[in-house]
Ligand binder design. Structure first.
Ligand code: NAD
Length: 246
């Protein structure tokens, strides 16, 4: 049985991707931020995955910390024996216009959204290299493609994810490891629940389909990217935004 490791999988898009990949038949390593609240939610996600007939375990790690990622990847490898799929999904926002954003707010978002990808790739790619097989999907954002006022930290981190995706596709292609990114638009999750009604309405105006995306609509594209059907797809960024024009 192949194993998929999904970061930030205790809620939102990550939880949905974990459950979708379980439905596809992958054993699931559910990463969660090391807090009691995230752990409780991750336990539920793992239970839902197991109900679909696969193995699933939870793994605590703050993905912005290299040593946490190193320990987690080692534990996942020991538990499941292999890691065929890595989905780098964990992410945060700390939105403010540049004039008001502090250096700490900038650095925090870069650490979780960008440095974490390095931390995970560095540890997982060596496992995939030995297997001569790997499927990596990084979760970027439309903010990384087009920019967004109030998100200089977030846009920078998500644009970096795209550069990292294309680089890994080139570095590891000859080893049968693919690396792609998805760039979601406005998706209904706890991350977007906190936006003001005014901002939500303004953003929806720019969406051709005139509605939010659902986390399942991200998970289905990730499912494709890690499947045999996408065996010749690498270094790509798939925008999943309902036709957003920014
Ligand atoms: P969310 O806030 O619901 O979930 C984010 C998850 O990441 C949570 O489970 C959280 O605990 C985890 N996380 C945060 N920091 C972590 C850390 N240091 N270590 C481990 N886990 C950590 O948000 P979401 O909407 O589900 O977002 C998932 C991904 O999709 C993020 O990368 C986000 O930037 C991206 N995204 C979301 C949207 C959207 O509209 N919701 C749009 C574009 C991109």
């Amino acid at each position: 049985m192949a194993t998929a490791l999904v970061t930030g999988a205790s809620q939102g898009i990550g939880a949905c991707i974990a459950k979708r990949l379980a439905k596809d038949g992958f054993d699931i390593a559910v990463n969660h931020y090391p807090s009691e609240g995230d752990k409780a939610k991750a336990i539920e996600v793992a239970e839902e995955c197991r109900a679909l007939g696969v193995k699933a375990e939870i793994f605590a790690a703050d993905v912005s910390k290299f040593e946490d990622c190193e320990a987690m990847v080692k534990a996942v490898k020991e538990t499941f024996g292999s890691i065929e799929v890595l989905v780098n999904n964990a992410g945060i926002t700390k939105d403010k216009l540049l004039a008001r954003m502090s250096e700490d707010e900038y650095d925090a978002v870069i650490a979780v959204n960008q440095k974490s990808i390095f931390n995970m790739l560095k540890n997982v790619c060596s496992v995939m290299l030995k297997q001569k097989f790997g499927r990596i999907v990084n979760v970027s954002s439309v903010a990384g493609l087009y920019g967004n006022p109030g998100q200089i930290n977030y846009s920078a981190s998500k644009a970096a994810v795209i550069g990292m995706t294309k680089t890994i596709a080139k570095e590891y292609g000859k080893k049968n490891i693919t690396c792609n990114a998805v760039a979601p638009g406005l998706i209904r999750t706890p991350m977007t629940d906190v936006l003001s009604d005014e901002i939500k309405a303004k953003m929806l105006e720019a969406v051709a389909l005139k509605r939010y995306g659902e986390p399942e609509e991200i998970a289905s594209v990730v499912s494709f990217l890690v499947s045999e059907d996408a065996s010749y797809v690498t270094g790509q960024v798939i925008e999943i935004s309902g036709g957003l024009s920014m």
